[in-house]
Design a protein around this ligand. Structure first.
Ligand SMILES: [Mg+2]
Length: 391
């Protein structure tokens, strides 16, 4: 299943924010960092300063020797966080599947966003235009079938870049690049590879698996995968959007097993449907139960593989509930279920077993009915009392 991943990276972020807030800095070489007297290092160098060899993590004193006319600005992290959140809010309009990397970078899985926003390169252009229009800042965006290639793409033509790598152009893009462009190849690995006569990704790609494994162990094989442009890691969402749940508080405590299970089934269906609508899958299923005396219990179970299939989520929810009921059944004031450890994108590892395909077809059919008929649409067996439900 083809994925589309975006890597959005704000250009010279801290320096750009300083320029935004102080137009007198326009066109000037800017170094954001603590002073040399405080033994500071450069957090961000503007492109004008980079022309003189300044870069981030360099001691401020050294940067000022290279570029004596640069304006040194002390960092204002609170302000960068504020603008970072504004960027994040723009990204969230295009996909819920966001993995932030620090304040000014993020991966987005837009595989499921196509129906609303068009092809991935259009989404990237749209994001760049929105950031420019609303925040007066520029971002570089890489568009590719995986995280490694998307990050590489955003970096290749910085600043203000929009670079697309398609499955067809992966190898031609990678081959001429030096091996250090591969994520995780630092100076030490670069030197070791150079000693083996491997300088470009093309040369790395044809190095035998046996050779690479002998020299670098597992990470040698991993390097070969990256050299081929392969990277199956999912976009992992952070705390902010980490779970989806439903719960209901009853007007009077409910002790009827069949009714309780029916409420839970309905909640599971709703949660699963929200997962599918957002192109997400969940690994952990949790149950929340509160008895009349306000004691709250939670139970959870983590699956081997994340899923968005209603029946698979229900089999876990139902199992957790039945176990609790067998051990300590009592009237409930509140019942709820939720999912967490969410990941974006289609099934990456195994081919779906045939029974899963059948369940996915059923989910699709029921989703379509729910879209058309709303709450009165047909659904799985078991019908909870409507008057007791609430979201
Ligand atoms: Mg950046």
């Amino acid at each position: 299943m083809a994925r589309w991943i975006l890597h959005v990276d704000m250009d010279e972020f801290f320096a750009a924010v300083e320029r935004l807030d102080n137009p007198a800095l326009a066109g000037k070489a800017i170094l954001v960092g603590a002073s040399a007297r405080e033994r500071g290092v450069v957090a961000t160098a503007s492109y004008e300063a980079r022309k003189f060899g300044c870069h981030s993590a360099m001691p401020t004193g050294e940067a000022l020797r290279l570029c004596p006319h640069a304006v040194l600005v002390p960092p204002r992290h609170g302000r960068y966080e504020e603008v970072g959140l504004q960027v994040r809010e723009i990204l969230e309009r295009f996909s819920p599947a966001i993995e932030p990397l620090g304040l000014d970078e993020a991966f987005l899985d837009v595989t499921g966003s196509g129906r609303l926003f068009g092809p991935a390169p259009d989404i990237a252009a749209n994001i760049k235009a929105t950031i420019r229009r609303e925040l007066k800042l520029t971002a570089s965006v890489g568009v590719a079938p995986n995280k490694f290639l998307a990050k590489l793409a955003s970096d290749l033509r910085k600043p203000d870049a929009l670079m697309v790598i398609t499955p067809e152009t992966v190898q031609a893009t990678l081959d001429p690049l030096p091996v250090r462009k591969i994520w995780g190849v630092g100076p030490a690995a670069e030197a070791q590879l150079a000693a083996m006569g491997i300088r470009t990704i093309a040369q790395l790609r044809v190095a035998g698996e046996a050779t690479m494994e002998r020299r670098f162990g597992q990470s040698g094989l991993h390097l070969l995968q990256l050299a081929r442009g392969e990277d199956a890691r999912p976009v992992v969402m952070d705390e902010r959007a980490k779970s989806i749940s439903q719960e209901v508080t009853f007007a009077t405590d409910l002790a009827d097993l069949r009714e309780l299970r029916a409420v839970l089934l309905r909640q599971t269906e709703q949660v699963a449907r929200r997962l599918r609508r957002s192109g997400l899958r969940a690994k952990t299923v949790s149950l929340k139960l509160r008895s009349g005396d306000f004691v709250t219990r939670t139970r959870s179970h983590t699956l081997e593989e994340p899923t968005d299939v209603t029946d698979e989520l229900w089999s876990v929810t139902g199992m957790l509930f039945d176990r609790w009921w067998a051990a300590e059944a009592c009237p409930l004031r509140l019942i709820g279920m939720g999912v967490s450890q969410l990941t974006a994108g289609g099934q990456l590892t195994l081919l779906p077993p045939p029974h899963r395909e059948k369940r996915q077809r059923l989910d699709k059919a029921l989703d379509a009915l729910a879209d058309r008929f709303g709450p009165t649409a047909p659904r799985r067996g078991g019908s909870p009392r409507q008057d007791r439900e609430g979201d």
